[in-house]
Design a protein around this ligand. Structure first.
Ligand code: ATP
Ligand code: MG
Length: 242
């Protein structure tokens, strides 16, 4: 199966070269576990390899993501300037729209329809889509509506042949009965293990499923360094990474 590099060497080694091409992968995890950084790695590497990429943001400011990427030495701005990367900030757009009609309130909820609308008009040349954070769609929806919206987005992306990374906060993932986990091709969970006596935390990357791909090692210890995510070792197969 053809794959696209995740941008993290140790992770590519765990998954036959990277994310399966044309498929959707879901990443969940608690706050600060590295979900956005994983998305930045993928976008940066894909842009470097000449792919056309889209980042959809629903919660964070575009400016903050760009600063985060720059600080990790994964600057996305040159690709934005070249037009190879497009960033659509659903939340910021919505606030601007509401400001212009001097209304604030109900309208902020319809993030999902905005994502669907935007993706429906997306060019067929787009290779990579990262959505950070799809969890906002779980708010103000019952589970059935949420599942329908999520399926619509998934199908649009699959039909367009995009390799997609859905980032979802753990609370929304649990709140929606982990339903999205069944609806994607691959599922990765970031797990933070607290150690109160040492005051340090350990972070694990758990590849819960990857259809059609043998995953030799499911739990891998990783670190977030000033250069981003580094896989340190994998349980059962220690020290295969430097
Ligand atoms: N330059 C850096 N050097 C070392 N660690 C960093 C650096 N930048 C970020 N981090 C670590 O990464 C964490 C944030 O990662 P990230 O933004 O990917 O989390 P997240 O899972 O997306 O969180 P959220 O759910 O809040 O969006 C920070 O808590 C910090 O510990
Ligand atoms: Mg984040």
């Amino acid at each position: 199966m053809e794959s696209l590099s995740t941008g993290v060497e140790g992770l590519d080694l765990l998954m036959e070269g990277g994310y399966p091409k044309g498929k959707s992968i879901l990443v969940t995890g608690p706050p600060g576990s590295g979900k956005t950084i994983l998305g930045i790695h993928f976008l940066h590497r894909s842009c470097q390899e000449g792919k056309k990429c889209i980042l959809i943001l629903t919660r964070e400011l575009t400016e903050d993501i760009l600063t985060q990427a720059r600080r990790l030495d994964l600057n996305l701005e040159p690709f934005l300037e070249k037009g190879q990367l497009s960033i659509r900030n659903i939340f910021e757009d919505k606030i601007n729209k509401l400001k212009s009609v001097s209304k604030f309130g109900k309208g902020l909820c319809a993030v999902d329809t905005d994502i669907i609308e935007y993706l429906s008009s997306m060019s067929s040349e787009v290779d990579v889509v990262v959505i950070d954070n799809i969890g906002v769609m779980a708010i103000n929806h019952d589970i059935r509506e949420f599942a329908d919206e999520f399926s619509s987005i998934s199908i649009i992306l699959l039909k367009n042949g995009c390799t997609s990374l859905f980032i979802m906060d753990e609370d929304s993932y649990e709140m929606t009965h982990k339903l999205t986990g069944y609806m994607v091709f691959g599922l990765m969970r970031l797990i933070t293990q607290e150690n109160f006596s040492s005051g340090k935390t350990k972070q694990y990357l758990y590849i819960e499923k990857m259809r059609n791909t043998p995953v030799p090692v499911k739990y891998s210890l990783f670190d977030i360094t000033p250069q981003g995510i580094r896989v340190i070792s994998s349980i059962g197969q220690k020290s295969i990474f430097k």
